[in-house]
Design a protein around this ligand. Structure first.
Ligand SMILES: [Zn+2]
Ligand SMILES: [Zn+2]
Length: 350
């Protein structure tokens, strides 16, 4: 198959015309990839980050974890899907047998197999899906593949984080620190739930897009003290604040934007700089009874709620797609993420 392959960390992926096809186990499926979103996580993986949480693939490897497409092949034990079905692939493949899978939290599976991390991913023409009956999601006819790809990681992770984990409600003030794919998705989702969103970024262009996604106010953190501005705009701090980037500054700014009893939602994983560790204002968190909430991916059974809102037009992830490219240009886009050179979401259309 044709594939963009990561051969060594800190080097651009190289396009191969005859890379081996992924293999289909008895419980698995192979998906002919129609579209794959380019995520900041791809840049992290190319840099060799995240070995500290077990997300560094063995090289060479075909990465890409925001894919959707058409089922090409299913294993002998798969009953819910067949060749020709339109599908979207959550990146968090569960095992089905651990206590977290069995209690409906497959996204925190102890045997977590990340699509594009363990299995070959969406920068290949064909991608593997582990235990398809458990981990694949049917994609409604009305949702185009490019829009579906834009939901594959950042959008669905934000949906789970905002709706299930932080439990944002109507009338809540929500500050969102970082307006990349996650921040823009969270802005749209929190707004659709009736929250008032204050979007924070250092790039005016990204803030303008956040406004289009529904943000009530924007704050440029390069020009003003972000927590102070958020506290002023929200009349005392936000009920929920989100670090949608994953660096020490946005994490701290988020926590310091909260009013008492507020909830900080950490969506972004950290960088080489932090290696997973950020100093926190613990005394303030104790005295104000703040909560620190994590979120990762989303269980397949939660997809219908999100897809219903997309089908009815309440959520429009397709509007975040600013760029549709071919596989040959994917490596350049990933490289440019190192300098925050992208606005909105870029999708590879196969
Ligand atoms: Zn499991
Ligand atoms: Zn991602």
């Amino acid at each position: 198959m044709k594939a963009a392959v990561l051969e060594a960390f800190k080097t651009p992926m190289k396009v191969h015309e005859n890379w081996p096809d992924p293999e289909c186990g008895p419980e698995d499926a192979i998906v002919k990839v129609e579209a794959n979103g380019i995520c900041r996580s791809d840049w992290h993986v190319c840099e060799g980050d995240w070995e500290w949480i077990g997300l560094q693939p063995e090289l060479p490897h075909v990465i890409g974890h925001e894919y959707c497409g058409i089922v090409e092949e299913v294993g002998s034990q798969v009953t819910k899907f067949k060749k020709g079905d339109r599908v979207i692939c959550p990146f968090n493949f569960g095992c089905g047998t651990c206590e977290f899978c069995q209690s409906g939290h497959q996204n925190t599976c102890v045997n977590f197999e990340g699509a594009g991390f363990v299995r070959p991913g969406g920068y290949g023409q064909y991608a593997g899906v582990s235990r398809a009956d458990l981990n694949l999601v049917a994609l409604p006819e009305t949702i185009p593949f490019v829009e579906a790809a834009s939901m594959g990681c950042r959008f669905m992770t934000s949906f789970h984080g905002v709706v299930d984990q932080a439990q944002v409600g109507a009338g809540d003030w929500v500050s969102i620190h970082g307006c990349g794919g996650i921040g823009l998705a969270a802005t749209q989702i929190a707004t659709s739930l009736g929250a008032n969103v204050i979007a924070v970024d250092i790039n005016d262009e990204s803030l303008a897009v956040a406004k289009q996604m529904g943000a009530l106010h924007t704050v440029n953190a390069a020009k003003e003290d972000a927590p102070a501005a958020v506290i002023e705009l929200s009349g005392g701090g936000t009920h929920v604040s989100i670090d949608a980037l994953g660096i020490a500054t946005t994490c701290l700014n988020s926590i310091l934007s909260l009013r008492s009893r507020g909830r900080h939602l950490q969506i972004g994983l950290t960088t080489q700089e932090e290696k997973g560790f950020v100093s926190l204002p613990v005394d303030i968190m104790v005295a104000r009874e703040l909560q620190f909430v994590g979120t990762i991916g989303m269980q397949p059974q939660r997809y219908p709620s999100m897809l219903n809102m997309v089908e009815s037009g309440k959520l429009t992830p397709g509007r975040m797609v600013t760029n549709v490219i071919g596989i040959d240009d994917a490596a350049d886009v990933i490289t440019s993420m190192g300098s925050y050179g992208t606005v909105g979401t870029t999708v590879v259309k196969w």
